[in-house]
Design a protein around this ligand. Structure first.
Ligand SMILES: [Zn+2]
Length: 154
């Protein structure tokens, strides 16, 4: 078996931030890393699910809606994948991500798609959990210095 590209990055030195994971044709996969891997600190399913509903809805209603391919949590519970067409530059994707985090933090009312008709586990959604996660992650992005979005190597 060939080892897939995301297994080749060094998870030992990965810190919360915004990274380019891979490029496939005109699609760029971004690694929205919210936690340090393998440090005993993981997002709960309710956190990931709540952020997913908010982020995906805001992304698909943004000025870049037509370029959004996918947003969803990583199975390891330490981040999310955000897939966009390369008509959106990495800098624009970074700004869009921060904008969506701010919108989620300021969001009032219900979580988007919180009903049995719209979701496979709608009771597992909590806006306060999404806001808390987005606040922590936004702080990490506001402190990020590397605007090449390359993974750290050491
Ligand atoms: Zn859902």
């Amino acid at each position: 078996m060939q080892r897939i590209k995301s297994f080749e990055i060094n998870h030992d030195v990965l810190v919360p931030g915004f990274y380019i994971s891979r490029e496939d044709g005109d699609v760029i996969t971004y690694d929205l890393r919210t936690r340090r891997p393998n440090m005993g600190d993981y997002m709960s399913d309710a956190v990931m699910h709540s952020v997913e509903h908010m982020f995906a809805t805001y992304a698909r209603n943004s000025e870049y809606a037509d370029s959004v391919i996918y947003f969803g949590p990583m199975g390891c519970q330490t981040g999310f994948y955000f897939l966009l067409r390369n008509t959106v530059t990495p800098q624009q994707a970074f700004e869009l991500t921060k904008d969506i985090l701010r919108k989620t933090i300021a969001h009032e009312g219900d979580i988007f798609g919180k009903s049995a008709k719209e979701c496979g586990h709608f009771e597992n959604l909590d806006l306060s959990l999404a806001k808390e996660e987005c606040k922590t992650y936004l702080a990490a992005l506001e402190a990020q210095k590397d605007m090449t979005f390359a993974y750290p190597t050491r």
